[in-house]
Design a protein around this ligand. Structure first.
Ligand code: SAM
Ligand code: MG
Length: 214
């Protein structure tokens, strides 16, 4: 067939997950990626670390950079308290269209604002578009060479407050060395590595959690 991987991932969700049950959506995607086709979701193993951080921060406003098919969006949104929101950015309209349907299948559309656009264009517009002061949690999982410039842009735009948490995926594989150097050396951050594995593999990868000290 001529379907794309994201379309096949969505079909697996529609076939195997229960509408309105986010955990069944997460499970259906993990099963598809372990048994059928690898895909660049944060995955089940690092996903558990993501869940722990989301639960610990108990955020009101989450920014996610890089939606892809909405796997991590669903993981995050399902753990949010009432009235909290995740704003997620995806610049590929085909991926965003799939994510939209995955998020709706999970019944989480009220908790998610999916923006089809590039991080560099949208970060400066966040405050006026959403009337928010700062993000409590930012999940960085877009192209790895954008982690550092977008972090500096968020700082400049005043989107980080004292205590805001940055959680960055794939800091080892594919890796974001300039970003890691920055958050580990800067006195403005307190940073910690969570060792894990690249999604659906045994290759080392991990998440870096960095507290913005202001
Ligand atoms: N967070 C997702 C998950 O775990 O389910 C996976 C995201 S995937 C690794 C990265 C996505 O970021 C891709 O879909 C890509 O199109 C998108 N992307 C890359 N650079 C971007 C940018 N500067 N702005 C918006 N989206 C971007
Ligand atoms: Mg990732």
């Amino acid at each position: 067939t001529h379907s794309t991987r994201p379309q096949r991932l969505l079909s697996a969700v529609q076939k195997n997950a229960t509408r309105g049950d986010p955990s069944s959506v997460v499970k259906a995607i993990d099963q598809f990626c372990r048994q059928k086709e690898w895909a660049m979701n944060v995955g089940d193993e690092k996903g558990c670390i993501l869940d722990l951080v989301v639960s610990e921060v108990n955020p009101t406003f989450v920014l996610e950079l890089g939606t892809y098919c909405g796997y991590s969006t669903v993981r995050i949104a399902r753990l949010l308290p009432p009235h909290a929101k995740v704003i997620t950015l995806e610049f590929n309209p085909d991926f965003a269209a799939i994510a939209h349907q995955v998020i709706a299948w999970a019944g989480l559309e009220d908790k998610v604002h999916l923006i089809v656009g590039a991080s560099g264009d949208w970060i400066p517009k966040m405050k006026e578009q959403f009337g928010l002061n700062s993000f409590d949690l930012v999940f960085l999982d877009h192209w790895k060479d954008r982690y550092l410039p977008d972090t500096k842009l968020m700082e400049e735009c005043g989107l980080l407050r004292q205590g805001s948490i940055l959680l960055a995926d794939n800091v080892i594989c594919p890796g974001a060395p300039d970003y890691l150097d920055y958050v580990r050396r800067s006195s403005q951050y307190e940073s910690q590595y969570f060792k894990s594995h690249l999604e659906y593999t045994k290759v080392e990868d991990g998440l870096e959690k960095s507290i913005f000290l202001g």
